[in-house]
Design a protein around this ligand. Structure first.
Ligand code: SRM
Ligand code: SF4
Length: 565
């Protein structure tokens, strides 16, 4: 039975009464106001948009008796992070026309536009759809963007996996036509013409919580497959795709002071052949739908269903949905990860170039005109160019002919974009979530703070003579884990204004969680908190050993006196 200890949460009531995610969205979107009602705001997420307000301006506006400076974040769903050059141009133009002049590459290969005013929301969503991209299901209690490695290397298996990820993403979209009616001026149609009365997968209450799916490779886990509710780890048979190990119950969100919430890596459940991926996904989603916690949203992710009932119970439920037993998982491990930056051959005389985007923010500053550079490249390198977004918040420019390589390099250099080979590994692998001023849940700075923290860290690494070491540093403004801090070698998780918990001992492969090392550390002291461990690492590491692996092997207790989390 689904868990509803304290009765269903308010969100459940809003979904159930929404008439297929319609609610009052259509009338409120057109009412000329600056923001939505609470129930419409909740439903809006399913359509890909979040109501936010400028948190930098909150106090001043409040003191002046003004309402918050409302605006909207719109997230476009890009399976595998794939865009055409033309689609990129549309997003770039929308960022300028309706957004705050920036494009944000997310940790799940999507684009986010920030700063859209309510009156422009419909025009922006319509323009995104006109370029054949949807925002439906980019947020909300449904299956989110399906992630996978976007590198266009010539490999039949990778082509198949990307196609499968894209198909699965469409297959699991909500069946409602509300999105078309509200944003694209579609007519409401009767059941027999399109929309079933009840969504065949999601029912009337949709899922208890968000649901994430990823496809990874043992030799390239760049999308952190174990952090997903449902992961597919590719199994090869020579140069053929044999199938996937199905991983279940990954998720990183946690709440400070609530021990029944925690990050968890996905556990191997089964092996499935490519033809079975859609059915297994539906079955796993259905078990979450039926047994997830609908009273406590903090405890509603699939990971808690699995931990509360056990993996054998969960397997039996999935098998019951499938009407067939699952095959046991194969013996496969993740051994490598790549960031795909710089130049790489992609076959047929074409190249792709991975551009480093600090914290995924594409924008122009006086020193670094990244947005203009990318726009110029995409406009001038025609017709083949494509754009792909990575789960490390970077951009791959794909389909570049040999004759265009110099031009691409020159445009990047002319606009101040660093050659990734010149960016120190610690910065190149770093990630921060947006946090302040847009995220309503941020407790501390993240995207705006990490570059400065990294400057100090780079200096320390240079002083210690280990600046060439690869390590992942990740920062988030709260424990929800949007930049996946818990799998990083070193992470700073926002605790309260200017205070962070320092985590160490994860692995950039995404297969091990770090542990809390120090708590309530001020931003100015974050690097100092890690220095004793880095010194010990420098003195005692094994050849090619990464920082997180060293801390894990040596044991935190033996390295320093940690504080309680
Ligand atoms: Fe996230 C909520 C940004 C990836 C776990 N996340 C949010 C919201 C929407 C804040 C809110 O609910 O009001 C943030 C919007 C901030 C803003 O101003 O843009 C937000 N999450 C992001 C992005 C943009 C971070 C980034 O640096 O790119 C990522 C968008 C991904 C996408 O395109 O879909 C993003 N979020 C993640 C990830 C990483 C991943 O999926 O690989 C996680 C951890 C994995 C997981 O889901 O467990 C993650 N976000 C959360 C949670 C915690 C959920 C939980 O289980 O408790 C929240 C809070 C919530 O849902 O209530 C959250
Ligand atoms: Fe916001 Fe927290 Fe996610 Fe950062 S980790 S974007 S602060 S919810």
């Amino acid at each position: 039975m689904p868990k509803e200890n304290g009765g269903p949460s308010a969100a459940e009531g809003i979904k159930a009464a929404s008439d297929g995610l319609r609610g009052t969205l259509a009338s409120e979107a057109a009412d000329g106001g600056t923001h939505f009602s609470e129930s419409a705001r909740q439903l809006l997420k399913f359509h890909g948009a979040y109501e936010q307000d400028d948190r930098d301006a909150r106090r001043v506006r409040k003191d002046a008796g003004e309402e918050p400076a409302y605006s909207f974040m719109l997230r476009a769903k890009l399976p595998g992070g794939v865009l055409t050059g033309r689609q990129y141009q549309v997003f770039d133009a929308l960022a300028g026309r309706y957004g705050n002049g920036t494009l944000r590459v997310t940790t799940r290969q999507d684009f986010q536009l920030h700063g859209i005013l309510k009156g422009d929301l419909k025009g922006t969503i319509a323009a995104v759809n006109a370029t054949l991209v949807t925002t439906l299901g980019a947020c909300g209690d449904v299956v989110r963007n399906v992630v996978t490695c976007p590198a266009p290397v010539r490999d039949r298996v990778r082509d198949e996996v990307l196609a499968l990820a894209t198909r699965l993403s469409s297959h699991l979209l909500p069946a409602t036509r509300a999105y078309h009616e509200i944003w694209l001026d579609g007519e409401r149609v009767a059941e027999e013409n399109g929309e079933p009365a009840v969504d065949p997968l999601y029912g009337t209450r949709y899922l208890p919580r968000k649901f994430k799916i990823g496809f990874g490779y043992p030799d390239d886990n760049c999308c952190d497959v174990h952090s997903n509710d449902l992961g597919f780890l590719t199994v090869r048979d020579g140069d053929r795709l044999a199938g996937f190990n199905v991983l279940v119950g990954g998720g990183l969100g946690a709440t400070h002071g609530k021990p029944d919430t925690y990050p968890r890596l996905a556990s191997p459940l089964a092996f499935v052949r490519p033809g079975g991926v859609c059915r297994v996904s539906e079955a796993v989603v259905a078990v979450h739908r039926d047994y997830g916690d609908r009273s406590n949203r903090r405890h509603a992710r699939l990971k808690y269903v699995i931990d509360d009932h056990g993996l054998p119970w969960f397997r039996a439920r999935v098998e019951a949905h499938l009407g067939a037993p699952l095959e046991p998982p194969r013996d496969v491990d993740v051994t490598e990860i790549h960031d795909h930056l710089g130049w790489h051959e992609q076959g047929e005389g074409l190249w792709f170039h991975g551009v480093f985007v600090e914290n995924g923010r594409i924008r122009d500053t006086p020193e670094l005109r990244l947005r203009t550079a990318l726009r110029e490249i995409v406009t001038r390198v025609r017709p083949e160019i494509g754009v792909r977004l990575t789960s490390q918040q970077n951009v791959l420019l794909t389909g570049i002919a040999e004759r265009h390589r110099t031009m691409v390099e020159e445009i990047l250099a002319d606009h101040g974009v660093a050659d990734p080979a010149r960016v120190l590994p610690v910065r190149r692998w770093a990630m921060a979530c947006p946090a302040l001023p847009t995220c309503g849940l941020a407790l501390a700075e993240s995207e705006r703070a990490l570059p400065g923290v990294l400057e100090t860290l780079e200096r320390e690494l240079e002083r210690l003579g280990i600046a060439g070491s690869e390590l992942t540093v990740r920062m988030t403004g709260c424990p929800n884990g949007c930049a996946r801090p818990y799998t990083a070698d070193l992470a700073f998780v926002g605790r309260s204004a200017d205070r962070y918990t320092v985590y160490v001992g994860g692995t950039m492969l995404g297969t091990r969680l770090g542990v809390a090392h120090r708590d309530l550390v001020r931003r100015a002291d974050l690097v100092a908190a890690a220095v004793p461990l880095l010194e010990s690492y420098r003195a005692n590491r094994l050849p090619n050993e990464r920082f997180g692996d060293y801390v894990h092997r040596a044991g935190l207790a033996g390295l320093a006196a940690p504080e309680a989390p």
